[in-house]
Design a protein around this ligand. Structure first.
Ligand code: DAH
Length: 329
């Protein structure tokens, strides 16, 4: 008899765990705690037991009844509460549905970081059109008609005078045409060149252009700004150098190289982009007095900066939109 009592108690508690709504709970009440329910039946059997068994059986039956009734009341309260809150019955034991959250593309993350660094250094942001004319993309930048950069094989021409800009330098011209010095801007954006696609070339990529024009601006100002930027973006111990170079729109001109370790730990000088002191001919083209004003400029490749910072070795990964790659940033 005692084992039977114990079993009823265990079954009753186990079955209560399966109950998830008020209808099932009422069925449960009738089955165990109702007048003909198993627990009440159990209590009524005690009277028929021999006197020496009665005390222990009574104790056990009462304990079981108390436990089951308490668990029942607790569940009833919980179910009633959830019904009140939502107006419907919810199964609070179901697992939640995971939500996929989108991410900013690594190139856009890099651009935001660049704008933030130069913002802290007092640069405003300027934008220009991606469809440019020859004046802004070449002529005003002192790139004359027979310069190889103007070859149709090196540019996406739309008609004789119009092309997809091949660099962000035309934004310099647009800013100087409309703004009086002092000028201190950066211009991020897409540029287009019909290069054969490989690990380091793409027909569209991003550049970050900078232009500073004021009285008494010197190459030292340029060097300081570039160094501050490199140290902010790549870390304070990053080594870099100027390498003499030539661009039609700057004189003198230099290329900026960074000393960075590759995967095997070997350090190499890698090119970041060009820079220099604004050529007086460029000031003439936009009507800025080149006796009074001097300036400096640079143009860096944004994909290059991102690839060097994150150790990405193939530029195509940045444009394939493979989530397994993009999720890493
Ligand atoms: N526009 C050049 C290019 O695309 C990069 C460049 C070099 C930009 C020197 C500059 C500069 O502003 O001063 O290759």
């Amino acid at each position: 008899m005692l084992e039977q009592f114990e079993k009823v108690g265990k079954d009753a508690l186990a079955e209560l765990e399966e109950v998830t709504d008020l209808t099932a709970l009422e069925d449960y009440r009738i089955k165990y705690l109702g007048r003909k329910g198993q627990i009440i039946q159990m209590l009524s059997q005690i009277g028929k037991l021999p006197p020496e068994q009665k005390p222990r059986a009574g104790q056990l039956a009462n304990k079981t009844k108390k436990e089951v009734a308490a668990a029942f009341e607790l569940l009833k309260k919980t179910l009633l509460q959830s019904q009140e809150q939502t107006g419907e019955l919810i199964d609070i034991t179901l697992p939640g549905i995971p939500v996929d959250i989108g991410k900013t593309h690594v190139i856009m993350q890099t651009l935001s970081e660049l704008l933030e660094i130069f913002g802290r250094m007092g640069f405003a942001v300027a934008y220009g059109p991606e469809v440019e004319d020859e004046w802004h993309n070449f002529e005003a930048l002192n790139i004359n008609a027979d310069h190889p950069a103007r070859d149709p094989f090196d540019c996406f021409y739309i008609d004789d005078n119009t092309l997809l800009r091949s660099h962000t330098s035309p934004v310099q011209i647009r800013v100087m045409e409309t703004t009086k010095p002092p000028i201190r801007i950066i211009a991020p954006g897409r540029v287009y060149r019909p290069d054969t696609v490989d690990a380091t070339h793409m027909y569209m990529f991003h550049q970050l252009e900078a232009l500073v024009v004021d009285e008494d601006v010197s190459m030292v100002d340029m060097k300081t700004a570039i160094e501050q930027f490199i140290h902010a973006f790549f870390g304070p111990d990053t080594k870099w150098r100027f390498r003499p170079s030539f661009f039609p729109f700057t004189e003198p001109s230099a290329e900026v190289d960074l000393l960075l370790a590759d995967k095997s730990g070997k350090e190499n000088w890698v090119e970041m982009g060009g820079c220099g002191m604004v050529d007086p001919n460029v000031f003439d083209a936009v009507g800025i007095d080149n006796e009074k004003y001097t300036g400096w400029a640079f143009g860096f490749g944004v994909e290059r900066l991102a690839m060097r910072k994150y150790g990405i070795t193939d530029i195509r990964l940045l444009f394939e939109n493979d989530l397994r790659f993009l999720e890493q940033f």
